[in-house]
Write a protein that binds this ligand. Structure first.
Ligand SMILES: Nc1nc2c(ncn2[C@@H]2O[C@H](COP(=O)(O)OP(=O)(O)OP(=O)(O)O)[C@@H](O)[C@H]2O)c(=O)[nH]1
Length: 281
């Protein structure tokens, strides 16, 4: 028999399981409701059909999922909420986000003093929303999907470098583009990666709201996850429109960031070999 706490949790769980993805973040994140679970701290496992679910009750009386990602409804990566529940991460489809985004762009046009109903602007909110969804399509991609199994066993332990991969991203501070090129090197450990997958990894992480430093590191970590090499090196050279078209307006400035992991960090010679290959014409 379930006790009253477990029954309460079971009820909330059913709401969560039955809710759409867009609403269930709210369903579980409300820990302020007075008629929620009684005040106590405890970890309870319930077997709800096929999913074993771990819940904690909080002192305030609500329930928490560990590390619930508040923005998972927007397709945030690494949502341990979904991971812990062993559910597929299913953000609303990109199309489902369009109406709200288009409405926001329409407001923005009005805020600029424009008439959103004039002929040239009628379709602009929808076009702009679609463009923004494209610029941020990386949120919908996972490393696993992109790799598509193209990891091959190979007795090769020499450096692999793919350089000058074009990159377009969006500055998370100003929502304007930054763009440039990415060079990736890794030292295989009996596994190699399909070459195009390196460029695809760049797409996953650049097609988001970003800062260049994080982008650089995320690419290096993803390559590590994909092939567990002896080391990974990533160099990104970027031009930030927030520094070019506005602000300090330094049109020739370039930002270079790097992440060195494993032997590329530990061994100066390996790092130098990589940098020489990247900088050669
Ligand atoms: N480290 C880092 N900074 C970035 C990146 N993209 C933009 N920025 C910086 O984010 C900072 C935001 O600074 P704020 O002072 O809050 O914003 P702001 O008034 O628009 O700054 P200015 O660009 O100096 O006019 C600026 O210095 C930008 O150059 C990035 O990828 N990495």
């Amino acid at each position: 028999m379930l006790n009253s706490i477990e029954t309460g949790i079971m009820k909330q769980m059913n709401e969560v399981i039955n809710a759409t993805d867009a609403s269930y973040a709210n369903a579980v994140y409300d820990d302020t409701q007075e008629n929620s679970i009684p005040h106590q701290d405890q970890l309870i496992s319930l077997n709800n059909n096929k999913d074993t679910i771990h819940l904690t009750t909080t002192k305030q009386g609500g329930i928490h999922f560990k590390n619930l990602c508040k923005t998972c409804q927007f397709g945030h990566e690494n949502c341990t909420f979904h991971h812990d529940l062993e559910l597929d991460h299913k953000p609303p489809t990109r199309e489902a986000l369009l109406p709200d985004m288009a409405r926001s762009y329409r407001l923005l046009l009005g805020g600029l003093g424009e008439n959103p109903d004039r002929q040239g602007l009628i379709k602009t909110p929808e076009r702009a929303a679609k463009a923004m969804l494209f610029f941020t399509k990386g949120y919908d991609q996972s490393l696993e999907d992109v790799l598509n199994g193209a990891v091959f066993d190979e007795d090769h332990d020499e450096m692999v470098v793919v350089k000058d991969i074009e990159m377009f991203s969006m500055c998370e501070h100003h929502l304007v583009p930054f763009y440039g090129k990415v060079s990736i090197g890794y030292l295989p450990c009996n596994k190699i990666l399909g070459l195009s997958k390196l460029a695809r990894i760049v797409e996953i992480f650049s097609r988001r709201l970003q800062v260049q430093e994080r982008l650089t590191k995320q690419i290096a970590v993803a390559v590590t996850q994909a092939v567990q090499p002896a080391g990974v090196a990533v160099v990104v050279e970027g031009v930030h429109m927030c520094m070019v078209m506005r602000g300090v307006q330094k049109i020739n400035s370039k930002t270079v960031t790097s992440t060195m992991l494993g032997v590329f960090r530990d061994d100066p010679k390996t790092r130098e070999e990589f940098l020489n290959l990247v900088n050669s014409k």
